[in-house]
Design a protein around this ligand. Structure first.
Ligand SMILES: Cc1cn([C@H]2C[C@H](O)[C@@H](COP(=O)(O)OP(=O)(O)OP(=O)(O)O)O2)c(=O)[nH]c1=O
Length: 210
């Protein structure tokens, strides 16, 4: 029987969170190929549609770059996008203090949704997609909560102006969905897409330390 060659894995992301979530399940990408793009929502686009569209767009852009390089033909490309929303209102990825402040005030005492789009383009150029929706309920935030959190700078570059995996974990009364998806990469769905593309996830589990 001919031996199947493991495809190379390209992670289309600049997010250190996504890389460490992959490493958590014993998967080490062969290459990082971040795909910078305009993430502005379309006029009538829902948060769910935005997360799905951007995950696909990131994978496509990275795939084009990978294809242009000799020797990388047998590659699978993985990309994701996380969108935080209150109802239909899409919150920004907070880059400045004012944005993070506005996000936290809006999230205070409310339940919001986090949509994580996932896309894998296989060796033959076929895209497979998943969309994971999680609900997160925040306590009512005091002025001190908000000011202290803003001073931590953990909000920077995070969708909705917070990171559940850090200090903001203290704001969460409960969540329904996938914690890892909120952080940036739904692990169950990631494994299912990788296995579907013939990428052997378990081969990285030998001798893994907890
Ligand atoms: C809600 C939430 C978001 N985030 C992060 C995950 C993503 O990195 C970021 C959302 O922005 P994204 O546009 O999804 O990702 P990114 O620009 O950081 O990285 P790339 O496109 O290169 O993959 O917010 C957390 O780390 N924790 C959280 O609790």
């Amino acid at each position: 029987m001919p031996e199947t060659v493991r495809p190379k894995l390209v992670l289309a992301s600049a997010s250190p969170r996504r890389l460490s979530l992959l490493q958590q399940i014993g998967v080490e990408p062969d290459r990082l190929q971040p795909a910078d793009m305009d993430e502005t929502p379309g006029k009538f686009e829902t948060p769910r549609e935005l997360a799905a569209r951007l995950a696909l767009a990131k994978a496509v852009v990275a795939s084009e770059r990978v294809k242009a390089r000799a020797g990388d033909e047998n590659s699978v490309i993985l990309a994701a996008d996380t969108v935080v929303a209150v109802g239909r209102r899409i919150l920004p990825k907070a880059e400045v203090l004012e944005e993070a402040d506005a996000c936290l005030r809006l999230l205070s005492g409310r339940t919001h949704r986090v949509y994580t789009g996932l896309c894998l383009i296989n060796q033959h150029g076929k895209a497979s997609r998943r969309l994971v929706e999680s609900r997160v309920r925040f306590k009512r935030l005091s002025r001190l909560d908000i000011e202290s959190y803003l001073a931590s700078h953990e909000w920077k570059g995070k969708a909705g102006g917070y990171a559940i995996q850090g200090l903001a974990g203290a704001f969460v009364i409960n969540m329904v969905g996938s914690f890892h998806a909120v952080v940036g990469l739904p692990l169950y769905e990631t494994v299912s897409l990788l296995e579907g593309a013939g990428y052997p996830v378990h081969s990285g589990w030998n001798g893994t330390k907890s």
